[in-house]
Design a protein around this ligand. Sequence first.
Ligand code: UDP
Ligand code: MG
Length: 328
Amino acid sequence: MESRNETEAIELSLIAPMYNEEEVVDHFFSAIEQCLGPAGIKYEIVCINDGSSDNTLKIITDYAHQYKHIKVLDLSRNFGKELALTAGIDYATGQAAIPIDCDLQDPPEVILEMYGKWREGYDVVLARRSNRDSDTFVKRNTSMLFYKLIDSMSEIHIPANVGDFRLLDRKALDALRMYPERSRFMKGLFASLGFKTAIVEYVRPARAAGETKWNYVKLYSLALEGILSFTSFPLKIWSYLGAAIAFSGFVYGIFTIVKTLYFGIDVPGYASLMVVLLFMSGLILISLGIIGEYLARIFIEVKGRPIYIVRSSVGFEGDVECVHGRNG
Ligand code: UDP
Ligand code: MG
């Protein structure tokens, strides 16, 4: 790997969040260089250490000291992939940037294709998975369900089978930096940007080494985050549902009164009472819970805490060893 000359303007920033990835980083750096080096693309790799507890930070810091095009942001703790990406996007200096997983599931060859489309004049180039064979059956289907659900509720269309792996021109990056929110569902934010968009297809390979950092609990909260930050529809259904139930209650009330007037009082009714009571309390609790989810998010936004905190950085202009972050 040769060191790049810093005075050259950087065309492409690769933004690589890393969480306990010591097994794959060497692999990752060499695969990228093998692909982009011969093409003569002037690139940098912004590595974001997302609070790894293994040797990742040491490995990437050594690389950064040796090669100018490798840069390191060390976050103060594990902030999660979405916020790590946000930090990387804030620090990237290229004329375009590509968020990329460092486990080689985002194949470096696709970068060349996206780069080509960008040079043709597109501002955003999406990499769409032509199949999801490398995913488990459950993950494939829950993911499909999620996209259907969010598509039916939100005005913003989030393309299915497109991850964070995509090229964004400087214009789109600057637009993205205007989003102040702390709840950052990146796929949704990317989709809401707009811009002139092209798509390239690719086959997603299995992880090169190491293990996935996502479990179903984390995926569920990511999906919930996506829905709650991109649509207020779940808040609104309750008034319609309430109106429908109140109307049927009214009709049933009239029916009961008429029935009592003509046929007298009919005491048994325990079963129907219980059914209505349980059903209604369930509905009320669900609606309260949903209001609570939104309220919790408002609470987080209102506190205005930093989105991420950088502990130290290597390879950026005016590197500082002190804490810095972004507040809105
Ligand atoms: N990642 C991260 N912080 C986290 C979880 C994951 O920065 O809290 C990074 C991880 O190092 C990897 C990328 O996000 O580069 C994608 O994670 P992973 O490959 O585990 O997800 P999958 O491909 O299984 O969806
Ligand atoms: Mg992966």
